[in-house]
Ligand binder design. Structure first.
Ligand code: ADP
Ligand code: MG
Length: 683
């Protein structure tokens, strides 16, 4: 081996540059952070070639004196800390004194600066680490840093640079992170001399979020806040209807610094458990404030990761704050017409704020289409009724395939109505109900699968609907009608107004408008909540099998079952070894009487075996409860009797989160009356 020798400074700087400067976005980050530390109120960033050709950052901060310019680009030279103790009370974004030195080593760097009160400015140039003498120059108060030809002398790094558009995306994300943390600072970004964004100073975080990501997202954010000793957590989290397919929209700021923290990201995911579909990630803008000595920011070269003194406590604080927020918030998605896109194009904002994909967007759109079609099919006029009888029902909007008696009856009733005056022209479902009640509706046996059935009907037809072929599903809790505002019983005590359509959705009138409920998703959620509540309260009620049932399993399955016997017992499934790889099942959960116990056990085994090793028992239990609830719930396609519908709706109010099924799909969507009015051109 060669003898040990001290590395030359330029090599040291290149090594440091390797850690700190990965791509143009790193340059933007470092320069913009310097500008903030310098107290700038305006920062303008200009890029060429995605930043690989040029990054220019102009600020109006305190400036650097001519004497200090050579020091600014020297490594480990900083004005932000003076001693090792200072490392534990860092209040600035920078402190390592490495950024400018690193950038200078791998680019052609020019700094022009003028502190306030100085008659003229000074400039310094560095080309790949070669420093030229400081020269006087004319420039405004503040600092302008220009970084050209990044990595011109490190071709290996240069090769890793992506297309300018991609680099622009990263660079704009770097600026967005700072802009979010400091809404009071005017920030702008230009690329190839064209504006990418310009964010005027704002006193409001929400306003800045709206400027960057669009009003649609800002309108779906909840304010959250909590304090734990000197730790303050606050910010905004998005409604579950606004999620992303990755976790990049989870912004976490610690004392103004954008950080990544796996533990806190996990807490965020936990808080949304059951509210988002698998593979979707919540959107959040969260700010943590704590005394600087409570956190070590010197654990990562770009300070993206930090070490908290008590990360467990922060985890609980974040989870607790969000959970209590969600429990006290109505999360039912509202149907709205599409909002205008973000003020600046997805193309220019890169992945930072690329067009916000709204998970439920497409579905909601389809639902709106459906609702429009359905309402048209019901023969509801969108304009004041024409004087001529039945015009709307038999008009061009009436779809083919409807039975003539259906349209005819509605048309006739509508014809007998008073002509609506502007005051009462807004027909809603109550009126529709009144229209339909006294006249014929399609006979139940005429209703093809996929057609509508009207559950609030006579007793015989309900019995017919709930015949032996109907799924048996256990209903817990009160069966009384009208347990909540959505299903308020009509004055004469009739069952709640809810219409089952396509044997899978329930359409109910609410105070706000119309609620469309996914029968499977809602029932699944109810069962899941009930199961979970019981499991948490202690072992679930068991029902002993008259004759214990031997279940044949593969050796691996048998081993899994026996390993998790306790967990299974908590779910009401008691198993004993029965020789070989057969186990004996002696009990099943009383509340799931309708599924075969062996099937339940197989489902549990499947969950146990497919879950990755090291999964917490709590997660496992949750996964099991999800799949059991899913299996036991009524299915899409199951015809429900009026009683079943009423019971399902009644229970909607008994659970904490009736708005999403355990897989995170929404269980109900609300079509607001104002939205209907808008869609029909009534406003
Ligand atoms: P650090 O930010 O960690 O101190 P840098 O290499 O980024 O290290 O900067 C070195 C020093 O140069 C800073 O401590 C600061 O005094 C000075 N400096 C850099 N950029 C600016 C700026 N835009 N305005 C004023 N001073 C600056
Ligand atoms: Mg710095």
């Amino acid at each position: 081996m060669a003898p040990i020798c001290r590395l030359p400074q330029s090599v040291i700087n290149k090594i440091a540059a390797g850690e700190v400067i990965e791509r143009p976005a790193s340059v933007v980050k470092e320069l913009v952070e310097n500008a903030i530390d310098a107290g700038a109120t305006r920062i303008d960033v200009a890029l060429e070639g995605g930043g690989a050709e040029l990054v220019r950052v102009v600020d109006n901060g305190c400036g650097i004196s001519a004497e200090d310019l050579p020091l600014a680009i020297a490594s480990h030279a900083t004005s932000k800390i003076a001693s090792a103790e200072d490392l534990f009370r860092v209040r600035t974004l920078g402190f390592r004194g490495e950024a400018l030195a690193s950038i200078a080593e791998v680019s052609r760097l020019t700094i022009r600066s003028r502190p306030a009160g100085c008659p003229a400015g000074a400039a310094i140039e560095v080309q790949g680490g070669e420093v030229s003498p400081v020269k006087p120059c004319g420039c405004p108060v503040g600092t302008t840093v220009e970084v050209r030809d990044l990595f011109f002398n490190t071709p290996v790094r240069r090769k890793f640079l992506r297309a300018p558009q991609t680099e622009l995306g990263h660079a704009s994300e770097a600026l967005v992170r700072v802009a979010l943390a400091f809404p009071g600072i005017h920030c702008s970004l230009r690329h190839q001399d064209r504006p990418v964004f310009d964010l005027p100073p704002s006193g409001q975080y929400l306003e800045r979020i709206a400027r960057i990501f669009g009003q649609a997202l800002a309108d779906h954010l909840f304010w959250v806040e909590s304090t734990d000793g000197p730790v303050r957590l606050w910010g905004y989290v998005a409604h579950p209807s606004h999620s992303r397919s990755n976790n990049r929209m989870q912004y976490l700021f610690l004392n103004g610094r954008c950080i990544r923290d796996r533990s806190l990201q996990h807490a965020l995911g936990e808080a949304y458990r059951g509210l988002l579909m698998t593979g979707r990630y919540p959107i959040a803008f969260l700010f943590l404030e704590m005394p600087p000595e409570w956190v070590d920011v010197n654990v990562h070269p770009t300070k993206l990761e930090v070490r908290f003194q008590d990360s467990g406590r922060l985890y609980s604080q974040l989870l607790g704050t969000l959970r209590s927020k969600f429990l006290s918030t109505d999360l039912t998605p509202r149907l709205e017409s599409s909002e205008p896109a973000a003020p600046w194009g997805a193309e220019s904002c890169g992945q930072a704020a690329g067009a916000l994909e709204d998970a439920a967007g497409g579905f909601q759109q389809r639902l709106v289409e459906w609702a429009k079609g359905k309402i048209a099919a019901w023969g509801l006029p969108t304009e004041p009724l024409p004087g001529a009888a039945g015009g709307a029902a038999s008009g061009p909007n009436a779809p083919a395939g409807q039975s003539s008696s259906f349209n005819g009856a509605v048309g006739q009733v509508l014809a007998n109505r008073e002509l609506p005056t502007p005051k009462n022209r807004e027909l809603d479902l109550v009126e529709l109900d009144r229209c339909w009640a006294p006249v014929g509706r399609p006979e139940d046996d005429e209703v093809e699968p996929g057609e509508s059935s009207w559950p609030a009907s006579s007793a015989e037809s309900s019995v017919a609907a709930a015949g032996p072929s109907n799924p048996q599903w256990t209903v817990q809790g009160p069966h009384s009608y009208g347990a909540g505002p959505e299903d308020a019983a009509s004055p004469n005590g009739a069952p709640p107004k809810a219409l089952q359509v396509h044997n899978r959705y329930l359409v109910a009138e609410t105070e706000e408008g119309v609620m469309v409920i996914d029968q499977h998703a809602l029932h699944e959620r109810i069962l899941y909540e009930q199961l979970r509540a019981r499991v948490l309260a202690g072992p679930v009620e068991c029902q002993a099998l008259l004759v214990p049932e031997p279940v044949d399993l593969s050796p691996a399955e048998a081993a899994t079952v026996l390993e998790h016997r306790e967990l299974l017992a908590r779910l009401g499934l008691r198993v004993e070894p029965f020789g070989g790889s057969t186990v004996l099942l002696s009990t099943y959960p009383a509340m799931l009487a309708n599924i075969s116990p062996a099937e339940l056990l197989h489902e549990a085994i499947h969950q146990l075996m497919s879950s990755s090793k090291g999964l917490q028992p709590r997660d496992l239990l949750d996964a099991l409860l999800h799949s059991i609830a899913c299996k036991a719930a009524i299915k899409a396609g199951d015809r429900l009797s009026p009683e079943e519908i009423a019971a399902l709706l009644a229970q909607r109010h008994l659970i904490d989160d009736a708005h999403h099924c355990p897989h995170g799909r929404p269980t109900a969507l609300v079509l607001r009356r104002e939205e209907l009015d808008r869609q029909f051109g009534r406003t």
